[in-house]
Design a binder for this molecule. Structure first.
Ligand SMILES: Nc1ncnc2c1ncn2[C@@H]1O[C@H](COP(=O)(O)OP(=O)(O)O)[C@@H](O)[C@H]1O
Ligand SMILES: [Mg+2]
Length: 181
């Protein structure tokens, strides 16, 4: 589905750094954007969504939707435009047809909605065609790798904006795969 070499490769050393990366990305988001979060339990996906929420000015505490598949939060873009943050967790998804029952299509087609999906590995491929995959990998106790794989021009723009803010304008000076602590 995605290329092997990420467009951006970050290492987070704490839950708050993961939230910071997400909050930085959030300031570049707009309605219609779709983020797909992948990686094992405890790798930091929900923590990342908390940072997105922070960056979007969402007031309530964000935790994974457990008994329902989607949580809707109200927030604002950096220019003040109101948006809805749809936080979806497919961990408990049993069959693809459940996607229709909770209205995933409505989330994705909301022009004022930003859709973030945990366990998007369980999403059948045809559901979205432009999106940003963030793959979370535990490296140590409080260390996580965040690898960004954009699909489509809009997602590439987002990654570029994030890259400029967190690593600066210059291309990585280290070889791909070499990440200093
Ligand atoms: N660098 C880090 N980034 C994100 N979470 C971290 C980090 N270091 C430790 N953690 C911890 O790992 C856990 C991640 O949980 P969570 O975000 O719910 O993961 P997931 O949604 O992928 O199951 C939390 O307990 C968090 O405090
Ligand atoms: Mg989670």
């Amino acid at each position: 589905m995605t290329q092997r070499v990420p467009a951006l490769d970050l290492v987070s050393h704490s839950p708050d750094q993961t939230r910071q990366f997400a909050a930085t990305l959030a300031r570049h988001l707009r309605g219609g954007d779709v983020l797909l979060l992948q990686g094992p339990l405890g790798s930091g996906k929900t923590t990342f969504v908390q940072g997105l929420a922070r960056g979007l000015g969402v007031r309530e505490y964000v935790q994974s939707p457990t008994f329902i598949l989607v949580m809707e939060h109200r927030g604002t873009l950096s220019d003040g435009t109101p948006i809805r943050l749809y936080h979806i967790d497919l961990y408990r998804l049993e069959e693809a047809r459940e996607l229709a029952t909770f209205g995933l299509e409505d989330c994705l087609s909301d022009p004022a909605g930003i859709t973030v999906i945990e366990w998007s590995e369980r999403l059948p491929e045809h559901w979205v065609d432009e999106y940003l995959v963030v793959r979370f990998e535990p490296l140590a106790d409080t260390k996580r790798r965040l690898a960004f794989f954009p699909v489509g021009e809009r997602a590439r723009e987002l990654v570029e904006a994030l890259r400029k803010e967190v690593v600066g304008g210059a291309k990585r000076s280290t070889a791909p795969g070499h990440r200093d602590g």
